[in-house]
Design a protein. Structure first.
Ligand code: C2E
Ligand code: MG
Ligand code: MG
Length: 717
């Protein structure tokens, strides 16, 4: 990138002499050498002409009337352009004093009179070329300085023999060294380094100087006002012929922003970003530590599980931003309560703050150690409940909320982290059930339901391997044409002793037992294989809907699984629809939405299941990656008897239309319901009226009967 726009061709020379003859000779000679010439007959005219014509070089006589050459040269040097223009002074006085004065006035070079006009052309050409080289160098230095400023990177060099330290402007700035700092040296630089980092930096420099070992070291620099800057310093030795270091050459780069980001990432791995409380991982780690400590010293540790009552209402009525703010305030109050409390000495010896944690949503955990008795624990719980019950001032609104707390104490209620948390959760659940805004201690009976499930859980583990799980298919019918456009795949469990178990019973067990991911993959794979089979039979392309549980959205892994299954079957993504319930969508919203967006990105459609039972806020729908809304069957059931349900159903349909969403009605059992839905513009229906869910072979038969005998090409997937 070379900028030579300022260079003129031919170059213009300003010749200044009070002798007309000399000007004439100069003009002829310079013009013959290919230059253009302007003339001035004294110093005053020279300065004026310089300003007007902007010559590339000035030939300047010293002795002239009015203003002499020295003064003219000084004036030329004052202007920005004049500072860089070569000036060749001509004088009849060949004494040292005049030469010195000429250079002091800023002359580039000096020529004694009489001037040898035959060679002046060569001389001028040489001076111009030199000036161009200097000009290039200046520009390149400017560019380098600019690049260093942008990269926040400076360079330095240390001449070992002369002990001379040089550094770029940016390097000085990075170390907070202004121009007033006096002479630059390695010591001046090291003085700026944070006292704890100075030793390692000095050692690295010294090793590099003595042994030639390159180094890179991160260190902090003290800036005015107590601020710190993080720098990455690196250097290498420059050796002489024998390989001994004669100089060090290095750079320093500002990495403050990167360091800050790294710290934030490290922090977020163990903390909740919203409230900055410990997250589940850190809490579990510290609780484990506290339990080990308590075991050795025969002490107790208590876990308090706090859940806000009806928190969802705040999000629904005041919006998520206020909801977030609210959670932060709750976190603050909780921290204060625990800090005030005298019995909370140390869950963990190194950090009292870590006793409080947010587990996500509106769930908080507190761990307390060295508690004397349950009365004391009850007092802490009550103190927390009282603190929560005081109104919160949020965005100009007074918000009142209650919380429910469940308490589990080690070792009686569990000796490890998981069982303590689980039992505190069960106690919290019980507190909510009995009356909100209270606390409850864990009792063995609370876990009876899960105990009952234990057998089912162990059976379910085997069921996956023993092919006891299967799918039933329920047709989805387009209201306009009465055509079957797809099927919903519904899981069934053929239990060897208990018979057919419905999904409402075993899906929650699978979720609790961590079996939902393999179960979900089984459903997905079976459903896709069924579509593939139908295609191979020559039946037209159908869309299959698969239900996904909220647990499957915990990680982004779902996208990989779906992609893999589609590829392996193989089935086109356009043949797959996923159903997710409204409440599942609202849990862990961020990840869920991101996963759904990815699924939609590959061509899969998304249906919002059981719509109307959860948040019922159509305004949320705008931001969500959803194609179809499925009106919950509870509304459809009472369409003809409950005017409210009829009104809600009509409203859902019309709102969905304005949002460009398709609407499916679930659980349609009667002709009247169907007529109502059709009249209001519902797109599809599903229900016993048309067909209950049925085994795969029945569904195949139905498709064969309904669809034209003409086999289709099968090119769709
Ligand atoms: P859903 O997704 O809302 O499925 C519709 C349910 O309504 C099915 O119950 C179906 O049999 C029933 N149904 C269909 N038509 C009618 C009707 O006209 N009247 C009445 N009263 N009911 C009707 P099912 O098969 O027992 O499934 C219950 C729920 O279990 C499903 O609700 C879904 O949320 C869940 N589920 C089913 N299969 C899976 C699965 O593979 N994975 C997951 N995560 N959940 C599943
Ligand atoms: Mg469904
Ligand atoms: Mg449903």
């Amino acid at each position: 990138m070379q900028d030579s726009s300022h260079r003129r061709s031919p170059a213009l020379i300003l010749i200044t002499d009070d002798s007309k003859m000399i000007r004439q000779m100069g003009r002829e000679s310079l013009e013959q050498s290919g230059f253009e010439v302007v003339e001035a007959e004294d110093g005053e005219e020279c300065v004026r002409s310089f300003r007007e014509s902007g010559p590339d070089l000035v030939l300047l006589d010293v002795e002239m009337p009015k203003v002499d050459g020295f003064t003219a040269c000084e004036e030329i040097r004052q202007s920005e352009r004049g500072a860089q223009t070569p000036v060749l002074m001509m004088t009849g006085r060949n004494d040292l004093d005049s030469i010195r004065r000429a250079y002091e006035a800023g002359a580039t070079d000096f020529s004694a009179k009489p001037v040898n006009w035959t060679i002046i052309g060569q001389r001028v050409r040489y001076m111009l070329r030199m000036n161009e080289v200097l000009d290039d160098l200046r520009r390149s230095q400017e560019r380098l300085a600019r690049a260093q400023r942008i990269a926040r990177l400076g360079n330095w060099e240390l001449d070992l023999a002369a002990q001379r330290f040089t550094a770029s402007e940016e390097l000085c700035r990075l170390y907070g060294l202004g121009p007033s700092e006096g002479e630059l040296s390695l010591e001046v630089l090291l003085d700026r380094v944070h006292v704890d980092d100075r030793g390692p930096v000095r050692n690295a420099v010294e090793r590099c100087a003595s042994e030639g070992t390159a180094f890179s070291v991160d260190h902090r620099v003290n800036l005015p006002g107590g601020r710190l800057r993080n720098l990455h310093l690196q250097a290498d030795a420059i050796p002489d012929e024998a390989g001994r270091p004669i100089a060090l050459s290095g750079t320093a780069q500002d990495i403050t922003d990167r360091k800050r980001a790294e710290e934030e990432i490290r922090f977020l791995a163990y903390h909740d970003g919203l409230t900055r409380l410990a997250n589940r991982r850190l809490f579990s780690e510290r609780l484990r530590f506290a339990l080990a400590h308590a075991r050795r010293h025969r002490e107790t540790v208590a876990v308090l599980f706090l859940d806000l009552d009806h928190f969802k209402r705040i999000n629904d009525t005041l919006g998520h931003t206020v909801g977030d703010l609210f959670l932060q305030r709750v976190a603050d109050r909780l921290k204060n309560c625990v800090r005030e409390s005298d019995c909370v000495s140390r869950v963990v010896e190194d950090s009292v703050g870590a006793t409080v944690s947010r587990f996500g949503g509106d769930e908080f955990m507190v761990a307390l150690s060295s508690i004397q008795n349950s009365d004391e624990l009850g007092q802490v719980a009550q103190r927390i409940l009282d603190a929560m019950a005081r109104p919160f001032e949020l965005d100009g609104n007074d918000v009142v909320i209650t919380a429910s707390i469940g308490i589990a104490v080690a070792p009686e209620d569990g000796e490890d982290v998981d069982s303590l948390i689980r039992n505190a959760d069960a106690a919290m659940f019980e507190a909510k059930n009995q009356s909100r805004g209270t606390y409850k201690f864990y009792e063995l009976a609370m876990n009876e339901v899960p105990h009952e499930n234990l057998q089912l859980e162990s059976d379910l583990r085997k069921a996956l391997d023993r092919s006891e799980l299967l799918l039933h298919y329920q047709p989805k019918v387009e209201l306009a044409g009465g055509r079957v456009v797809g099927f919903e795949a519904l899981a069934r469990w053929q239990h060897p002793k208990l018979g057919m178990i419905p999904p409402d019973t075993f899906v929650p067990v699978a979720e609790q037992a961590g079996l939902i991911v393999p179960l979900g993959e089984f459903v997905l794979r079976s459903a896709c294989s069924q579509v593939r089979e139908w295609r191979e039979m020559g039946l037209p392309p159908l869309r299959i809907s698969v239900n996904l549980s909220a647990h499957q959205f915990r990680t982004e892994e779902l996208v990989e699984t779906v992609t893999r299954v589609l590829r392996e079957t193989p089935v086109s993504p356009r043949c797959l629809d996923v159903e997710i319930t409204e409440s599942a969508m609202m849990q862990n919203q961020k990840v869920t939405v991101s996963v759904l967006q990815k699924l939609k990105g590959i061509g899969i459609t998304v249906s919002l299941d059981d719509f109307g039972t959860g948040y019922s806020s159509l305004s949320y729908l705008k931001g969500f990656p959803v194609d179809t809304v499925k009106i919950d069957r509870s509304f459809v059931r009472d369409l003809m008897t409950d005017p409210d349900d009829a009104a809600i159903t009509a409203a859902i349909i019309s709102m969905a239309k304005t949002l460009n969403l398709r609407v499916t009605a679930e659980g349609v059992e009667t002709e009247e319901q169907l007529a109502f839905l059709r009249a209001h513009g519902c797109d599809e229906m599903q229900g016993y009226l048309f067909s209950p869910p049925m085994p795969a072979d029945r569904a195949t038969e139905m498709l064969r009967e309904m669809l034209p005998a003409e086999p289709s090409s099968g090119s769709d997937d």
